[in-house]
Design a protein around this ligand. Structure first.
Ligand code: FA5
Length: 338
């Protein structure tokens, strides 16, 4: 019986099969148990001899079963570990990640270019007073140039700034010359939108004030900006223009060839030499605050440009409204390296 039992135990392929074998031999009605029960019919001498034999058999079978059980459990554990193993060479599931908006990146690039030229980057408020957005910039309430900037008015009489130029005044009020700043930020205009005009867009304002600052400095700075943005071959063009807070004033455009081989003049912004009335307005304000008049007699230049225009040319964006329509199909294209 032992050999038969040993064979069955060794071939039991699972813990369940092993249990069946165990019941068959050692269970209540198992083969070994039956033999033990039959001992009662034997004479005392025979019972002693036979009893020892059967108990030895029982222990032998029991031991074999325990050994097999340990082996089967170990095999089951190994199988489980193998099936649950993590394949670290599998590509990870991609998690949707956000990215900086393309206009934010362009403003960052612009700030970098000017920081390298020694400028400070400062920001202003989007809600402004008429005085700072217009009057101190040499645009009195009756001036027809106000029509250039259709304005969103707030109920309390303040407004959403129509350009970043108010920061020229605010900065000079609190700082002394010489100074070099750029002001990136949002501006708002109450105008009909089209492919190149939005009612909310961005500007980067620049202001340099010191002694003997000339138009040549302004042109050199804009040329440096164009090269920083578009590479060494970029060219700039200036055309006379009018802004009440500069004299003379100009618009500037950049000639650049994009990777698709398209090239054209891109009207980027306005600029000019700071108007003496602006310096006077700042000194008047300083005087009201008990500060010395320090700007009359100074010279400086200022410029303001639109980063959306840069992005449109650089990336072939056909319509400015795509930037702020929050369509992920558009925005996701700008997540990688620009
Ligand atoms: C100004 O806003 C002046 N403050 C710029 C300036 C600063 C001149 C300092 C002189 C000295 P203008 O309205 O032209 O100027 O706007 C400047 C730039 O903003 C434009 O060249 C254009 O690139 C961008 N821009 C103007 N209106 C819009 C609009 N509706 N949508 C998108 N970009 C616009």
């Amino acid at each position: 019986m032992l050999q038969e039992a040993r064979a069955q135990i060794e071939t039991a392929g699972s813990l369940e099969a092993l249990q069946t074998v165990k019941t068959h031999y050692l269970g209540k009605n198992g083969e070994v148990t039956k033999q033990l029960k039959s001992l009662g019919a034997l004479s005392p001498e025979e019972r002693k001899v036979k009893g020892q034999e059967i108990n030895a058999l029982k222990q032998e079978i029991d031991g074999l079963i325990s050994e097999r059980e340990v082996a089967l459990k170990e095999a089951a554990l190994q199988a489980k570990l193998a099936s649950e193993a993590i394949d670290i060479t599998l590509p990870a599931l991609s998690m949707p990640a956000g990215g900086l908006h393309v206009i934010t990146r362009i403003l960052d690039d612009l700030s970098d270019i000017f920081t390298r030229m020694g400028y400070n980057v400062v920001e202003g408020n989007e809600v402004e007073d008429d005085a700072y957005n217009f009057q101190h910039l040499n645009i009195p309430w009756y001036h027809p140039a106000r029509d250039l900037w259709d304005t969103f008015w707030l109920k309390d009489g303040r407004l959403l700034r129509t350009h970043t130029s108010p920061m020229q005044i605010r900065y000079m009020l609190e700082h002394t010359a010489p100074l070099k700043i750029v002001v990136p930020g949002k501006v708002y205009r109450y105008e009909a939108t089209d492919a190149t005009h939005e009612s909310m867009f961005h500007q980067l304002e620049g202001l340099v004030v010191g002694d003997n600052i000339s138009m040549a400095d302004l042109k050199g700075t804009i040329a440096e900006l164009a090269r920083g943005l578009f590479g060494p071959k970029a060219k700039v063009r200036f055309q006379p223009s009018f802004y009440p807070f500069v004299e003379p004033g100009a618009d500037f455009a950049v000639w650049w060839e994009n990777p698709r081989g398209e090239s054209k003049w891109l009207e980027l912004g306005g600029c000019g030499m700071v108007h003496p009335n602006v310096f006077k307005a700042v000194d008047d304000l300083r005087e009201q605050r008990g500060l010395p008049r320090i700007y009359e007699g100074k010279t400086g230049f200022a410029f303001g440009l639109g980063p959306e225009r840069i992005a449109m040319l650089k990336y072939g964006m056909p319509d400015i409204r795509y930037f702020y329509a929050n369509d992920l199909r558009v925005l996701a294209q700008f997540k990688g390296e620009l």
